[in-house]
Design a protein around this ligand. Structure first.
Ligand code: PNS
Length: 165
């Protein structure tokens, strides 16, 4: 059985992530979405929230599960017997960062391959970071993010506005 890990911050999950996940689950027997604690990134949502927002969107995928992790990615991949790490690649600008990570992960464990998948072009400019920014200023992002994540973003933003006075 070929198991792949799809790691990320998922802060929050976007339709771009779901597009990549759909492609990955056709290529591998089992895909584990691995939500990283990533404290260094100071995420908007807690680890539990980010994991729940992913889970609620994958219940109908029979070969997808969701986990969180707080260690080296390759260590988690080894624990899960994963043969591959799946990452989405949108634009040339993603390449430098992804290339470095892939090479470092290969250095740490040469047996685990990094597989890059491209989302549908309508998600080429979609990132959690940009969606949070646009949402903050009241921009329309409904087509780019699942309903539960949009709801979570809107209530988080509303709370912030109140507390900011
Ligand atoms: O969605 P992101 O923030 O681009 O995902 C980055 C992620 C979680 C894949 C990366 O930060 C990661 O692998 N973190 C786990 C710790 C680790 O192994 N770091 C070294 C990667 S070379």
């Amino acid at each position: 059985m070929n198991i792949a890990l799809y790691p990320g911050s998922f802060d929050p999950i976007t339709n771009g992530h779901l597009d990549i996940l759909q492609r990955a689950r056709k290529l591998f027997d089992q895909v584990i979405v691995a939500v990283a604690e990533n404290a260094e990134k100071d995420p908007t949502f807690s680890l539990e929230e980010r994991k729940r927002l992913v889970e609620e969107n994958v219940t109908h995928f029979d070969n997808v599960s969701v986990e969180s992790f707080n260690c080296l990615l390759v260590d988690h991949a080894q624990k899960k017997n994963a043969v591959a790490l799946v990452r989405g690649l949108r634009a040339v600008s993603d390449f430098e960062y992804e290339f470095q990570m892939a090479q470092m992960n290969r250095h740490l464990d040469p047996k685990i391959e990094t597989v890059f998948l491209m989302p549908n072009e309508k998600y080429f400019f979609t990132s959690s970071h940009l969606l949070k920014l646009v949402n903050r200023y009241g921009g329309e992002i409904d087509e780019l993010i699942p309903a539960n994540a949009l709801h979570a973003l809107r209530s988080r933003f509303a709370k912030k506005s109140v507390s900011e006075g």
